[in-house]
Design a protein around this ligand. Structure first.
Ligand SMILES: O=P(O)(O)OC[C@H]1O[C@](O)(COP(=O)(O)O)[C@@H](O)[C@@H]1O
Length: 398
């Protein structure tokens, strides 16, 4: 019998893989077809107040379907009162489509048979699904017609897509992919900037790089998709952070957490605790203090660490506390900036331990840094310990 693991065609096949779920009916008809560049005015909604979500902070112009639901497309299509322009709606439609394909792939029983040439024993070396996810996102961005350049954690240099694309997309297509074989949550992270028109006359390589190195405070939207027991798309356009949960029966992302407010204080710290002896004094002291309930919040903190940034952040957004990786490991452009924007829009803070992430000017595309994200009061207390950036980074094996 021929082994499926040795045939290259299977990998090729996965690149064009589409889940066979023809019985699904999508309200917005976007799940298993590639969205075209339609105007948002073509999206129809059945209107009624959003009372079913019980969210008083939502805009009064937000409207829901008969069953009380609001899809991501409806929410952006002027229904959420957030005024996302048509080009951006089309772009997000393509990103969410790509993420649904990634979600289906991650859950596929055929993942185990994907075989690709290894690029070394490096723990950070890309896994097959990293590469496939990257291809899926690139292909969706190309089809959107709205992207000038994509900078991905998986590529050494940014990919120039189109001279007149209005947007720049930075992405980590599949974060935490080391977790996949054990079905532990993973995620996609993305950030969107406007194309810097003043750079249009520069050589392609140069303008691709400079467009991708924009400071986080220029982000116009960012988000993540969490692939877990539920597939959740969390997004900000600069007016609050909103989460949508994939309804697998229809293929729509449904608004489930409008205007998320991260609790000002949580009781959870999230960090790879095995690195304790490599931490600086300040960080050790902080963790020792809060785990004993001797901090400003007089309760003993709990530890949670999934080792999947999107999952650790999503929990932190909902429950509060701090999620951190104190060593130079996570990337400013693809991870720290988009996630800091999400956290700030939810009322929290994103820092490298000394400075606000969104104020940093990236100097290298794959620049790494310590990252601390979380509740405003917890972040303030943590930073007051001063010395919290881990300088020793031996490149851990596991
Ligand atoms: O080994 P550490 O320091 O705990 O780092 C774990 C972190 O690395 C990540 O796996 C990201 O690393 P990659 O970008 O190499 O996938 C995060 O999801 C996770 O939070």
């Amino acid at each position: 019998m021929q082994s499926a693991t040795t045939t290259t065609p299977f990998y090729q096949l996965l690149l064009t893989f589409r889940p066979k779920l023809q019985t699904f009916q999508s309200k917005t008809q976007t799940l298993f077809y590639t969205p075209t560049m339609a105007s948002v005015s073509e999206f129809r909604t059945r209107v009624k107040p959003l009372s079913a979500l019980g969210n008083s902070s939502s805009s009064s112009s937000t409207v829901a379907n008969d069953d009380g639901s609001v899809t991501l497309m409806e929410y952006m299509g002027k229904r959420g009162g957030i005024g996302v322009n048509d080009d951006l709606v089309i772009l997000i439609d393509h990103i969410q489509y790509a993420c649904k394909r990634i979600a289906a792939l991650i859950a596929s029983p055929f993942n185990y048979t994907i075989d690709m040439p290894s690029s070394g024993s490096d723990r950070d070396a890309p896994k097959p699904l990293d590469i496939i996810s990257n291809e899926i996102i690139l292909s969706s961005l190309q089809k959107s017609g709205k992207v000038a350049v994509m900078a991905s954690e998986e590529n050494d240099t940014p990919t120039w897509i189109s001279d007149d694309g209005p947007y720049v997309v930075v992405t980590d297509p599949l974060d935490g992919s080391r977790n996949i074989d054990a079905s532990i949550p993973t995620g996609t992270i993305f950030g969107i900037y406007k194309r810097l028109e003043e750079l249009d006359d520069l050589p392609t390589e140069e303008k691709a790089l400079l467009n991708s190195l924009q400071s986080g405070n220029r982000l116009i939207a960012s988000g993540y998709v969490l692939y877990s027991s539920a597939t959740i798309l969390c997004i900000t356009f600069g007016s609050g952070t909103h989460a949508f949960t994939l309804d697998r029966s229809t293929g729509d992302f449904i608004l489930t957490n409008p205007s998320i407010k991260i609790p000002p204080r949580g009781q959870i710290y999230s960090v790879n605790d095995a690195r304790y002896f490599d931490w600086p004094e300040g960080l050790r002291k902080y963790i020792d203090t809060v785990r004993q309930g001797k901090g400003k919040y007089p309760k003993k903190y709990s530890a949670r660490y999934i080792c999947s940034l999107v999952a650790d952040l999503h929990r932190t957004l909902l429950y509060g506390g701090v999620a951190m990786n104190p060593r130079d490991h996570l990337r400013l452009v693809y991870e720290a900036n988009p996630l800091s924007f999400i956290v700030e829009q939810a009322g929290g803070r994103g820092s490298d331990g000394k400075s606000r992430i969104l104020s940093l000017q990236p100097v290298k595309l794959h620049q790494r840094l310590p990252l601390f994200l979380g509740s405003s009061e917890d972040m303030e207390e943590l930073e007051s310990y001063g010395d919290i950036q881990q300088k020793v980074n031996p490149g851990y094996e596991v």
